[in-house]
Design a protein around this ligand. Structure first.
Ligand code: F6R
Length: 360
């Protein structure tokens, strides 16, 4: 049942090239992005995305995509905050909820709160769930059953669906930055192969695990769409290895967290070579100047330009920076997984956590 893996989480991490391909097959049709459900983005002026946990992190990646590609303003909210805050839902707003299980109590309540005030969309894995049934339009992520409590393949497929919806919205709205549909289809189609190549960093993650397992705190840094990924790395690590981890936008480092840096602090820097690379590298150098142990996750070009003085590197395949969050989910997952395995924690069923949070 674990297909030769020690844990469901490992099996699910390794399934990602296939589950990603499954969702792309369902959404791409003959050079077009044609989701199995339809939503017309033309009359929408703003998007509010509401979710919990990893699904909320996917929402914060989607904010970068919808704003960049579709020029649609996006607000992300944690479901337990949204439902009780009496949020202003302006005319022309679409409210999107994201949930793997489709049963998360706070997310379902947020959806119900939005009904009647806004168009509602859901991005869900479990097709027969309450959220899938109650939303006006439900987009399936088709990740298959996810058993490990820590979400992995569902996160990656959420991201893929959200990117395709952002492109769809860009095309519907005639956003100049959308690019052509054919270009997007080509980039998306290459993704499963790239994710499969990204899995090659696993041996390095395993080799580093004993060092990370010794730490009491770990910092994750990123800029742009890599900032949410820093949150994903920190969340995965704390939930399964019980090591305290925090994520910061690289530019926030000097506004407080740099005070934590000393030679006992591993700092994971997620930095593909994009337009922000040099800025992230200068933040990384500030960490190294204070003897922080930098683990740089980058591509070959980044490794060539910025390896000096880092403690360790994970070298990822080169990818269009827009798609990088999907690829960089893999090292975020593998670092957490191998650190937890090294510590001997119950990876698939971490203490105090449930797969589906049906009470608030
Ligand atoms: C983290 C994790 C949780 C869930 C959260 C929302 O790895 O799995 O943070 O993402 O409980 O669950 P769903 O997506 O089912 O609404």
């Amino acid at each position: 049942e674990k297909a030769g893996h020690k844990h469901f989480m490992a099996k699910e991490i390794h399934e990602q090239p296939q589950t990603l391909k499954d969702v792309l097959d369902a959404y791409l049709d003959d050079g077009r992005i044609a989701p199995p459900a339809t939503f017309d983005w033309t009359g929408i002026d703003r998007l509010t995305i509401v979710a919990c946990g990893t699904a909320h992190i996917a929402a914060t990646v989607a904010k970068y995509w919808f704003e960049k590609i579709a020029r649609l303003p996006v607000e992300c909210d944690i479901a337990s905050e949204f439902r009780y805050r009496d949020p202003v839902i302006a005319p022309g707003t679409a409210v999107m909820v994201i949930s793997q299980s489709g049963e998360t109590a706070d997310t379902l309540a947020a959806l119900r709160h939005a009904q009647g005030q806004a168009r509602t969309l859901a991005v869900v894995n479990v097709a027969e769930s309450s959220i899938a049934r109650e939303a006006e339009v439900a987009f399936p992520i088709l990740a298959g059953v996810e058993i490990g409590v820590a979400s992995t393949k569902a996160f990656v497929n959420q991201l893929a669906v959200l990117l395709m919806l952002a492109v769809r919205a860009g095309l519907d709205r005639g956003a100049a930055t959308a690019g052509t549909e054919a270009e997007w289809v080509a980039k998306l189609t290459a993704l499963p192969g790239l994710v499969s190549q990204a899995l090659a960093v696993e041996d390095r993650c395993e080799a580093l695990a004993h060092r990370l397992a010794e730490a009491t705190d770990i910092l994750f840094l990123g800029r742009g769409p890599m900032y949410p990924l820093a949150h994903e790395g920190a969340l995965k690590l704390k939930e399964i290895s019980y090591i305290h981890a925090e994520a910061y936008a690289s530019g926030e480092l000097k506004h407080g967290p740099i005070a934590l840096v000393d030679r006992t602090l591993p700092v994971v820097v997620l930095a593909p070579t994009d337009a922000l690379f040099d800025k992230t590298v200068s933040n990384m150098q500030e960490v190294m100047a204070r003897e922080g142990q930098v683990l740089l996750v980058t591509d070959a070009e980044g490794a060539r330009r910025a390896s000096h003085g880092v403690w360790e590197m994970l070298v990822m395949p080169t990818v269009d920076p827009v798609l990088a969050p999907i690829l960089y989910a893999v090292p975020a997952q593998l670092l957490a997984y191998h650190t937890a395995v090294h510590k001997g924690t119950d990876v698939d069923q971490p203490r105090n956590l449930a797969k589906s949070v049906t009470v608030e």
